[in-house]
Ligand binder design. Structure first.
Ligand code: S3P
Length: 414
């Protein structure tokens, strides 16, 4: 079974913590990243209980968070750090947000800038990196256009908007995942949408909700890719999130000749959910560039590692954001594909990976740089390589998918 969607789990936890009363979130992600969000919320005085299948979160209302004397540790999770920064910016107390070595290298100016414009005072390390010392203030709404397409930055501003006086507007030039907007509506906060501008009004009390998190399509993609690498495979992923801002990968693969069908599509908690069926077929390959990059961002390591199994190879452009993810995903993907004998050209904003005609991959020692999506992408590529591969620091898959290797084993055996 796929883990609960990581992006949605973070958002449900954060919003449940701001609601007055108890929310019950079924199929909450077991990912270490989502655990970081829960740990931070506990330090802020939120009551959280885990049952076998669910998380119960009891919030004390919009103004119910309490000062934490201890640092709030977001671990490896950019979503935890950026979304929580938005919430903490509007609190009547100070907080320190930190993270692991990877997160302490990732760019935070993109949230510091708009939150400061709203009235918060935030101190960061050199070059705008964590730890972040956030002096919460009375915030005022702003009208902000995102300079980088980022759902995390958009969400940080919308979260801060809940605490701001008046109206907060965010405009995105390139659409990104809209789980925050949908979740806010579920918790009782209206989000106005005018073309590419979103609008929230501060001071609205959130109502607790019972919700179920859909399966994580970004985790499911590793199995889809495995089915495309291993001849005669067929696979059905059940109860997967099919939010249209997340399914670009399915459209892309379908356009490359992969027989994909969606079954039992329904709506739950404002999100689309359904089953995805795929059969092994030749994958044409091609180019990924422009606006579609933002909605494929987490799938690009797997797509790049699928490159050597495609007819034409894969070229990724306009994706320099990949360099500031959990690792420099352009450099790390290129390095590991080369280790496996692929034909790769690294570019500042992407890479070009040769297709089948460049020859079969061979097994290699894979250096994950502690990046969960690199470990999973190359575990799948290794299934199609000649000879064994070793994935170093494979435990990093726990960041988004505890039990990944056991699941892969089961799926491949059948
Ligand atoms: C996420 C947004 C994306 C994505 C990340 C999760 C989210 O990051 O890469 O894995 O949950 O909002 P950016 O907002 O930095 O693009």
């Amino acid at each position: 079974m796929l883990p609960g969607d990581k992006s949605i789990s973070h958002r449900y936890a954060l919003l449940a913590a701001l609601a007055r009363g108890t929310s019950r979130i079924e199929h909450f992600s077991a990912a270490a990243d989502c655990q970081s969000t829960l740990d931070c919320l506990r330090k802020l005085g939120v009551k959280i209980e885990r049952t076998a299948s669910a998380v119960r979160i009891t919030g004390a209302g919009l103004n119910g968070l309490q000062h934490s004397r201890r640092k709030l540790d977001a671990g490896n999770s950019g979503t935890t750090m950026r979304l929580l920064a938005g919430i903490l910016a509007g609190q009547p107390f100070d907080s320190t947000l930190t993270g692991d070595r990877s997160l302490q290298r990732r760019p935070m100016r993109r949230v510091i800038e708009p939150l400061t414009q709203m009235g918060a005072e935030i101190h960061a390390g050199h070059e705008g990196v964590a730890p972040l010392k956030i002096h919460g203030r009375k915030l005022a709404g702003i009208d902000y256009t995102l300079p980088v397409p980022s759902a995390q930055v958009k969400s940080a501003i919308l979260m801060a908007g809940l605490f701001a006086e008046g109206v907060t507007e965010v405009t995105e030039i390139v659409p990104t995942r809209d789980h925050t907007e949908l979740a806010l509506e579920e918790f009782g906060v209206h989000v106005g949408r005018f073309e590419r501008t979103l609008r929230v009004t501060g001071g609205v009390e959130l109502r607790p909700r019972d919700l179920t998190v859909p399966g994580d399509l970004s985790s499911g993609v590793f199995f889809l890719a495995a089915a495309l690498i291993l001849p005669e495979s067929s696979l059905v992923l059940h109860d997967v999130g099919l939010n249209p801002t997340r399914t670009a990968v399915l459209d892309l693969l379908a356009g490359w000749g992969v027989p994909i069908s969606l079954l039992s599509v329904r709506e739950a908690g404002g999100e689309l959910v359904g089953d995805v069926a795929v059969r092994h077929a030749p994958v044409e390959g091609g180019e990924i560039a422009g606006d579609e990059v933002a909605q494929l961002i987490d799938e690009l390591p797997m797509l790049a590692a699928l490159g050597p199994f495609t007819e034409k190879g894969i070229e990724i452009r306009d994706a320099k954001e990949l360099r500031v993810k959990e690792s420099d995903r352009i450099a790390v993907v290129a390095e590991n594909l080369r280790r496996m004998g692929a034909n790769v050209e690294e570019r500042p904003d992407g890479l070009r990976v040769g297709g089948r005609s460049a020859g079969r991959l061979h097994g290699a020692e894979i250096e994950t740089h502690g990046d969960h999506r690199i470990a999973m992408a190359f575990a799948v590529a290794a299934l199609g390589a000649e000879g064994p591969s070793t994935i170093r620091h494979a435990e990093c898959t726990d960041v988004s998918f505890p039990g990944f290797f056991e699941s892969l084993d089961k799926v491949v055996e059948r």
